[in-house]
Design a protein around this ligand. Structure first.
Ligand SMILES: Nc1ncnc2c1ncn2[C@@H]1O[C@H](COP(=O)(O)OS(=O)(=O)O)[C@@H](OP(=O)(O)O)[C@H]1O
Ligand SMILES: Nc1ncnc2c1ncn2[C@@H]1O[C@H](COP(=O)(O)OP(=O)(O)O)[C@@H](O)[C@H]1O
Length: 182
């Protein structure tokens, strides 16, 4: 007998999907929002690119096929959590517009947040020292240097992290979520 399972992504929780270059500020903003929502007693979970790649997506690389698999996995898990009313914060470069749109369309209440800083700024920040290596040709397919990043055309929120503080970013996120002031 074939069991009829509910659609994995029907539910009430929200998904806030942070996309942007490495070093743009996705993890910083997602973590700050996570702490703020947790302090308010919200059920909240963070799916961060690095943690996902160490666990759920261990072994995947940075080809388009592997990145797409990574993003689809994150979307699937985010949908399951959201079904149970959890606010899910996703922080992943998610560089391909078609895959992002495909996954976001499966999530009933998703906000796409474009975490945006120019390449010169993220190269200057070089949080993990990866841009130096990428620019020296030591990391192939590095997003923004030798691999594409397709910015959202109509994000729900566009945060220029070279122009606003982390606190201002969190403030804008809370407002966009209808949660008022930090
Ligand atoms: N080739 C290449 N391109 C981009 N990024 C690279 C690459 N190799 C390693 N890294 C590190 O992996 C982090 C990005 O992983 P993601 O899972 O967010 O990427 S993706 O969404 O699947 O494209 C990214 O982390 P963040 O800096 O947090 O974005 C990098 O530290
Ligand atoms: N307005 C801002 N929003 C987010 N991060 C900022 C901002 N201004 C400066 N930064 C700094 O930029 C860096 C972003 O790193 P990170 O959050 O790891 O980026 P990502 O997760 O996109 O790779 C951090 O060192 C952070 O302190």
């Amino acid at each position: 007998m074939t069991a009829t399972l509910p659609h994995p992504t029907q539910g009430t929780g929200r998904v806030v999907w942070f996309t942007g270059l490495s070093g743009a500020g996705k993890s910083t903003l997602a973590t700050a929002l996570y702490q703020e929502l947790q302090a308010r007693g919200e059920a909240v979970e963070l799916l961060d690119g690095d943690a996902v790649r160490e666990n759920l997506s261990k072994g995947l690389g940075f080809s388009k096929a592997d990145r797409d698999t990574n993003i689809r996995r994150i979307g699937f898990v985010a949908g399951l959590l959201a079904k149970h009313g959890v606010t899910v914060l996703v922080s992943a470069i998610s560089p391909y517009r078609d895959t992002r749109n495909e996954v976001l369309a499966t999530l009933p209440a998703a906000l796409e947040v474009f975490v945006d800083a120019p390449l010169e700024v993220v190269t200057e920040r070089d949080v993990k020292g990866l841009y130096l290596k990428a620019l020296a040709g030591e990391i192939p397919h590095f997003t923004g240097v030798s691999d594409p990043y397709e910015a959202p055309l109509t994000p729900d929120l566009h945060l220029r992290t070279d122009q606003i503080s982390v606190q201002e970013g969190v403030q804008q996120l809370l407002e966009r979520l209808g949660l008022g002031e930090a």
